[in-house]
Design a protein around this ligand. Sequence first.
Ligand code: UDP
Length: 357
Amino acid sequence: MKLLLMSTSVGPLGSGLGGGVELTVLNIAFELHQRGMKIDVVAPMGSVLGKITVIEIAGELQIPAQTLDRNIPIVMPGDSVLANMWEYARKNQAEYDLIVNFAYDWLPFYLTPFFITPIAHFISMGSLSDTIDRIAGQIASQFPGTIGVYTEAQAATFPFASECKCLGSGIDLSLYQFCSQPEFQLAWLGRIAPEKGLEDAVAAAQITGIPLKIMGKIQDENYWQKICADYPQAPVEYLGFLTTAKLQAELGKCKALLMTPRWVEAFGNVAIEALACGVPVISYSRGGPGEIVRDGQTGFLVEPDSVDGLVGAIARLDEINRRACRQQAEAEYSLEALGSRFEHWFKSILDSKLAKH
Ligand code: UDP
């Protein structure tokens, strides 16, 4: 199989601006490459992806959908990197069996019927735009089986939920070390942006007095400054945006990962990264984490938006066996399993295309 993977257009791979989908693109590219497939990745200029070939494309980045109102018309910058990436795909499509779109954007859905090479769409976020949902829904019915998502909870945010194929996520477990003896500290990971609700984790750290290590890309500087101003006494430390190697080393030393999303988190790659290190996950019980965390066994699912809920769960952390966390990651979130699910999905798309001709 020859695949052309079209990355997110909100940031270069490796920048952190794209969030969890950056890791998902990397993992799928790496695993399918290992399986002998030809994999090329198209991504914005400045992208880095280890030993996989990245075709870097110039142009202005797309504005992330979560920063826009859900009912506004589609916004495109003048020299759009998204449009330039798809122009590359159009010109080179004959070299590939399948094109895989990882961007939750209007243009790739709109272009799908104009391409000769079939296109699979992996949506990495919950519904954020009526206009994108409308075109994605049209593609879902015109090209059945071509829309993939992470979780059922994410699929349920779309009007075309029943057409979505749930593929979960997975990570290279060999990169995450199990740590049995944490230090007296908690972790919070991710893009620092309003939809991630970091202030609730900071409030919980202040109430419990347990230091909170914060790691991730500051995407919204004003939001971050407001949290710092609102909680000047909270025992928090910002470690920066870390590589996977450094991230897992810091994360492993923590008693738990706090996940405080305000939105319906599509998956939450950070949850499985924590489990892989043996770190229990305390999360609001909504979206992807609600399908990942085994309440009382590998973490706790608490009432959404309740800081008291977080504090109550932190007090119960001794009930969790960290080995069980690592075991869950090994049983459910290996890269091999992820690769098999995606390979199977791609084959089914190609088979149904063949059947039509
Ligand atoms: N991440 C990272 N370095 C950091 C903090 C986070 O590389 O210091 C990565 C993490 O590995 C994960 C992503 O940022 O892949 C966050 O993704 P998640 O799915 O949790 O949320 P999203 O940003 O997609 O909403």
